[in-house]
Design a protein around this ligand. Structure first.
Ligand code: IDP
Ligand code: MG
Length: 149
């Protein structure tokens, strides 16, 4: 089964959106296989966002992500990375569809509440940055026989 990395950013934690966000993924049928509240050290922020290292917004992005605790999660399910990205919405919340997390809860591209891996490859890489293998917990959820064909 596919796994993906998702993180409520410091603005989402401060605004009390962790529960709402977890609820949406749970209700979708995705399975929570890892979670922790953490202040991210600089090395892990740089590693996660390495593709953006040379962008003009990078220093601001790094300061934003390090401004408070983040809520890190691993979610499992069929096509998890693509499904979660759809639920998260476009990077710029002003252009994110209503019904998506960014579309419903944010206004500014620099304060867009949530991160989600953009592909299965990114998911594997990002899960490896933030979770030790023992922190991811495989188990059966009781609704699995009715969630999948
Ligand atoms: P994504 O989070 O939807 O994958 P990316 O383009 O990978 O979007 O950008 C990573 C993060 O960098 C965004 O979620 C946002 O927090 C920040 N970011 C991207 N573009 C801008 C910008 O133009 N101004 C400020 N922050 C930005
Ligand atoms: Mg990205």
């Amino acid at each position: 089964m596919d796994r993906t990395f998702v993180m409520v950013k410091p603005d989402g934690v401060q605004r009390g959106l962790v529960g709402e966000i977890v609820s949406r993924f749970e209700a979708k049928g995705l399975k929570l296989v890892g979670a922790k509240l953490e202040r991210l050290p600089e090395e892990r922020v740089v590693e996660q966002y390495r593709e953006h290292k040379e962008k003009p917004f990078f220093p601001g992005l790094k300061a934003y992500i390090m401004s408070g605790p983040c809520f890190l999660m691993a979610w499992e399910g069929k096509g998890a990375a693509a499904v979660v990205r759809m639920m998260v919405g476009a990077t710029n919340p002003a252009e994110a569809a209503p019904g998506s997390i960014r579309g419903d809860f944010a206004l500014d591209i620099g304060r867009n509440v949530i991160h989600a891996s953009d592909s299965p490859e990114s998911a594997a890489r990002e899960l490896g940055i933030h979770f030790a293998p023992g922190e991811l917990i495989g188990y059966s959820r009781i609704d699995e026989p009715v969630l999948y064909e």
